[in-house]
Design a protein around this ligand. Structure first.
Ligand code: O2Y
Ligand code: MN
Length: 604
């Protein structure tokens, strides 16, 4: 779509939504300043104490608008089969009629902002462009942090670059259909009528009713993952829910590792790892989304298409992620955290004891006796990548970095060992397809219940997940230099429910083993589920861990694994004939390896 088509589209959306005025955003510092001032005047942003936290703000949302809403997220492909069994689907023509009705006049009395943005550095061969129309200045301020908002994008569009159109409205016009004036509120939204809709064939996004995070910052999950995954399938690349780090070994060799973990499994913490092992360095390239594309030499190159972090605040502290704490000392928008009496922020886990005189995320006086959480479990910090104290200087390299290893992980109290390597790319894809995680308070559904989340992409895959598995498998047929695939689990517990592994800075130890495998220095031990470290291969120097704990971290319980196999078979069933045969074969081979090993153990 050309620039004139873009202007026509903006005019069409304005004709439908009927804003009072239209503002084209240029991404400048002045624009961001003016938007923040407006948000402060409207009461959406509360300025924090500039001496404690310069250029930082607190936003309090409507209590009904606090998270991504998976049940209101739709993939409206022409055919239901193309959305697959794991996505909500509606006939696109039916959805379009319904959305037109909602968007009709939805911006009355408001300003309509047109935000040209780039995911990736403008001009990079891996970058993609988008234009978000929104009636929320909070979205404008956040898009300024999370994406590259720039008039340069319009220049690229004029030159013929493709772009993704994304329309967002909070769904609360200031003039009703009857012509009555409606008083604005600090957090306008329409939580009873939320729609986050993707049309994969036309690559459009329409989002209505929510002003929060993934529902409204449409460059993030909607474009970079849902539409991105469709583009990746069509064009031969991968759009993934992964972090990206550079590890430098004591021998000064660099390795780039991407890791897919479901939401709330510590991606941001691993992305900002401060290694405990002497001589190792970890640098951040991204914490949530990675685009991976083969280059002309057949190497897989990776970029983080985002420009900022939108991380979960509760649990983030100097002991869990000191780099994040340092990185949010300025220029940060906090959402739904608690406010301290001296104009700073607080959340559960930031300090052992809550400070006196807190105001909770709802704006009420809060003490430890109140019996509620001071910060919402899904409260967030949002700061630019450039603030990141552990930032890798090559994070904006237009050509990306060459990927050496991919990790798949989840939050598993049992069965899944601390680290293992897959036997092949196909086995690695099987490991990705079978990721599961115990739900936490921040995720949807009952706490502790196992949720299958293949490739950590369940809420973010824009097409049939079985075809997505096929797309990953097809990478092996293209004569590429593929990264090696590993599985990790920091969350295994002992019989008393205590974590067996200390995690955080100590996670460098299994990562160092990954590097030893890449360097051909660690032989490993073959087990039915993959290759685990041989005795002595995991560097445990200076760590207090007993032999029994170590054994439990790598134990393969045959009976428990036979339940895993049954659970996987049941999970795969939903994809019917579309499930790639290679994954069914991997499951049979896993079963066979388990039976053989069990037989051998009984005979021994
Ligand atoms: O609840 C939201 O809208 C945010 S969801 C989110 C934000 C940043 C990074 N990851 C996620 C996620 O759910 O994976
Ligand atoms: Mn995420």
């Amino acid at each position: 779509m050309s620039l004139s088509q873009l202007k026509e589209w903006v005019a069409d959306v304005a004709a439908l939504t009927k804003p009072d005025r239209i503002q084209w955003c240029d991404g400048s510092g002045n624009e961001q300043e003016a938007i923040k001032n407006l948000l402060v005047r409207k009461g959406t942003l509360i300025p924090l104490n500039p001496e404690l936290r310069p250029n930082s703000f607190l936003a309090r949302t409507n209590p009904k608008d606090v998270a991504r809403v998976e049940e209101r997220t739709f993939i409206c492909s022409e055919s239901e089969a193309d959305a697959g069994p794991t996505n909500n689907w509606m006939e696109p023509s039916v959805m379009r009629v319904m959305l037109r009705e909602h968007f009709h006049g939805s911006m009355r009395g408001r300003t309509m902002y047109v935000i040209p943005f780039s995911m990736g550095v403008v001009g990079s061969p891996l970058a993609r462009y988008g234009v978000e129309i929104t009636d929320s200045p909070y979205v404008v301020a956040s898009m300024h942090i999370m994406t590259r908002v720039s008039s340069k994008v319009l220049v690229e569009i004029e030159k013929g670059a493709d772009w993704v159109p994304a329309v967002h409205s909070v769904g609360m016009p200031l003039i009703s259909r009857q012509g009555n004036v409606v008083e604005d509120v600090a957090w306008p939204c329409n939580p009873e009528n939320v729609y986050v809709v993707h049309y994969p064939e036309t690559k459009e996004i329409w989002s209505y009713g929510s002003g929060y995070g993934g529902n409204s910052l449409l460059g993030k999950k909607a474009m970079s993952l849902r539409i991105g995954s469709v583009l990746g399938k069509e064009e031969g690349w991968l759009a993934e829910h992964m972090l990206l780090v550079r590890l430098t070994s004591p021998e000064k060799k660099q390795y780039h590792v991407a890791a897919a973990f479901p939401s709330a499994c510590g991606k941001t913490n691993l992305a900002m790892l401060q290694p405990s092992l002497p001589g190792w360095k970890a640098e951040t390239l991204g914490d949530d989304i990675v685009w991976i594309k083969p280059d002309a030499e057949g190497k897989l190159r990776a970029i983080n298409p985002e420009n900022g972090l939108f991380g979960v605040a509760p649990g983030t502290s100097m002991s869990t992620n000191s780099a994040a704490i340092e990185s949010m000392r300025k220029d940060t928008i906090f959402t739904n955290v608690a406010l301290t009496s001296d104009g700073d922020v607080w959340w559960e886990g930031l300090t052992k004891k809550a400070p006196e005189g807190l105001t909770d995320w709802l704006g009420n006086v809060w003490t430890e006796e109140t019996g509620t959480q001071a910060a919402h479990p899904n409260s967030r910090f949002c700061f630019p990548m450039s603030n990141t104290t552990t930032l890798c200087s090559d994070w904006e390299k237009p050509e990306g970095v060459v990927l050496d290893a991919i990790l798949f992980g989840g939050r598993r109290a049992n069965n899944v060992p601390l680290v293992l390597e897959s036997y092949s790319w196909q086995h690695g894809v099987f490991l990705g397809a079978t990721i599961s995680s115990e739900q936490t308070a921040a995720a949807e559904g009952p706490v502790g219940k196992l949720r299958r989340d293949p490739f950590a992409m369940l809420p973010f895959c824009g097409y049939n997940m079985a075809d997505y598995f096929g797309h990953w498998l097809s990478m092996a047929d293209k004569n590429l230099q593929l990264p090696r695939i590993f599985q990790v689990n920091w969350f295994r517990k002992d019989v008393d429910g205590k974590f067996l592994w200390p995690g955080f800075s100590e996670n460098i130890r299994p990562l160092a083993w990954v590097v030893s495998r890449l360097e051909g220095k660690a032989e490993g031990v073959q087990t039915p589920i993959g290759v685990i470290p041989a005795e002595g291969e995991l560097d445990l120097a200076g760590l207090e861990i007993t032999d029994s704990q170590l054994e439990q971290l790598f134990d393969v319980d045959f009976e428990a694994w036979s339940y895993e196999v049954q659970g996987t078979a049941k999970f795969f069933e939903q994809f019917g004939d579309k499930l790639p045969a290679q994954l069914a074969i991997e499951l049979l081979q896993l079963e066979a390896r388990l039976k053989n090993a069990q037989g051998a153990a009984v005979r021994a």
